[in-house]
Design a protein around this ligand. Structure first.
Ligand code: TXE
Length: 480
């Protein structure tokens, strides 16, 4: 089986203890590569390399950093097809989705931040002829970038691109469930001639590698995307060390359909928001609130559309949904569906594992599932499921839906469908979410402040917000 290797100080290296664990292909349930079972010693090695590289990288001019990252983006693009196939095999997502969404975002992330650093400006505060204050924004040191399995290369590069562009060096820890494209990225970095030690990638189990990385005295900045429970842990262990942290956590996002919405557009978007990437996107619209006047018609149209979705081989263009990421995650989702039934939920469609034929029979496939009749405050409508499961909830008034939408501990994103623009603005202003879409879903502009409120996270990333996060402001006061 192919061995994935750590990438430290510009070289591909074995974990120091020589141990590996299996990496599974969710489409057929079989192990197909080996992942380094790294530990503290590997993190120490990587952090030391990144700390040394910081001495030079932080002093490298912005133009030169930009040129190096642009070359990396070009090299990633050259390997797009290989990355698409690898991402789908590692994660279970349809290749068509990796081709349309995941992989193009990796070079786009590097280009976006490689050019952003050339356009940044700093602030000046004048004191009426007495003094002039100006703010320097300086790189901080070694950034720890921890990414999840749902959009592996997309989210890894979303963190390392601004960290490097801003002049920091990086130790990244990709999810142990989907390490392959991070490994391919290591090889691409070597091909692109990335300076040694500025990016280091250490593979391994969550806490075993994650804890030594986040609590290391030489990693002052941490950017994490993952589950709320892990985020809470990272916040608690790093707070006494006064680290700068950015946490992008879970969501239980409302998708609100008013009776005056463009009906067809709303149905189409509701399906996309619920089932894209098998429902494994933190922004998925998993609570579908529909106004009573159109509830019956909307439900029927939704079920018609869902019946046209194909769960199948991720390699086939015809597959709308592939496999979910792991056996454990599949069982978690199926368990939540059972819990929903016990709570009185009615399964309108789906609810079961799908067994495909031939060599895919052991893959982790789940039918797109629509549940109704569950109270808005029950566990299924409050906790993140992170699978192809959407809950339909009727509502009467604007006030009622805002209250129900805001009832969870999360506050990541929301969508509102209405043709009444004043109502759209009003509801958007009253929803607890860091990101609100009106008449669309997941339309991403990389410049916006991105992140969640409540237990969906701490801080915002995106555009200059990312560059601000990855730099320390320093005020210099000059007496005139
Ligand atoms: O995430 P983890 P899991 C949600 C989703 C999912 C749940 C749990 O609901 O069902 O979280 O998923 C690393 N110190 N999201 O358990 O563990 C880990 O190795 C440092 C939403 O897979 O949070 C991986 O690299 N790092 C989410 C990363 O954290 C640690 C996407 C995320 O994995 C660590 C994924 C530790 N102690 C899951 N323990 C989103 N917001 O998009 C683990 N990790």
């Amino acid at each position: 089986m192919e061995k994935i290797l750590n990438y430290i100080n510009g070289e591909l290296v074995e974990p120091i203890n020589g141990n590996y664990f299996d990496n599974y292909n969710p489409s057929n349930g079989s192990a197909y590569s080996l992942v380094p079972d790294s530990e503290k010693a590997d993190i120490d090695h990587a952090v030391a390399a990144a700390k040394e590289a910081f001495k030079t990288w932080s002093k490298t001019s912005k133009q030169e950093r930009s040129d190096i990252l642009m070359k990396l983006a070009d090299t990633i693009e050259k390997h797009s097809e290989e990355l698409i196939i690898a991402e789908s095999k590692d994660n279970g997502k349809p290749e068509s989705l990796a081709r349309a969404v995941d992989i193009p975002r990796a070079p786009a992330n590097f280009r976006f931040f490689a050019t952003a650093i050339l356009h940044e400006h700093s602030e000046i505060h004048e004191m009426d002829g007495v003094a002039l204050n100006y703010t320097l924004r300086q790189p901080i040191g070694v950034a720890a970038c921890i990414s999840p399995w749902n959009l592996p290369l997309y989210l890894l590069t979303w963190k390392i691109a601004p960290a490097l562009a801003a002049g920091n060096t990086v130790v990244a820890k990709p999810s142990e469930i989907t390490p392959m494209t991070a490994f391919l990225l290591s090889k691409i970095c070597i091909e692109a001639g990335l300076p040694k030690g500025i990016l280091n990638i250490v593979h391994g189990h969550g806490a075993k590698v994650g804890d030594p990385l986040t609590t290391h005295p030489d990693t002052p900045i941490i950017s994490f995307t993952g589950g709320t429970v892990t985020g809470k842990h990272i916040a608690s262990v790093t707070a006494p060390m006064f680290k700068k942290i950015s946490l992008e956590l879970g969501g239980k996002n409302p998708n609100i359909i008013f009776a005056d919405a463009n009906f067809d557009k709303a149905v189409k978007m509701a399906v996309k928001a619920a089932f894209s990437n098998q429902g494994q996107i933190c922004l998925c619209g998993s609570r579908l609130f529909v106004q009573k006047e159109i509830y019956a018609d909307f439900k029927q149209a939704l079920l018609d559309k869902v019946s046209q979705l194909t769960v199948g081989d991720p390699k086939k263009e015809s597959s709308n949904l592939g496999a979910v990421v792991s056996k454990a995650h599949m069982n978690k989702i199926l368990g939540k569906i059972e819990e929903g039934k016990k709570l009185g939920g009615k399964i309108l469609t789906g609810g079961n594992r799908v067994i495909l034929e031939g060599n895919l029979k052991n893959g982790y496939y789940i039918e797109p599932t629509v549940i109704e009749s569950l109270p808005f405050d029950c566990s299924i409508n409050q906790e993140e499921i992170f699978g192809p499961v959407v809950s339909l909830i009727p509502f009467e008034s604007e006030e009622e839906v805002i209250e129900m939408a805001n009832s969870t501990k999360y506050g990541l994103s929301a969508s509102i469908f209405t043709e009444n623009i004043s109502k759209g603005h009003r509801v958007a202003a009253n929803i607890d979410a860091g990101v609100v879409w009106i008449n669309t879903w997941l339309l991403r502009d990389l410049r916006i402040p991105f992140g969640g409120m409540k237990q969906s996270g701490v801080g915002r990333e995106g555009g200059f917000k990312s560059l601000h996060f990855f730099t320390e402001p320093k005020n210099v006061c000059v007496k005139i």
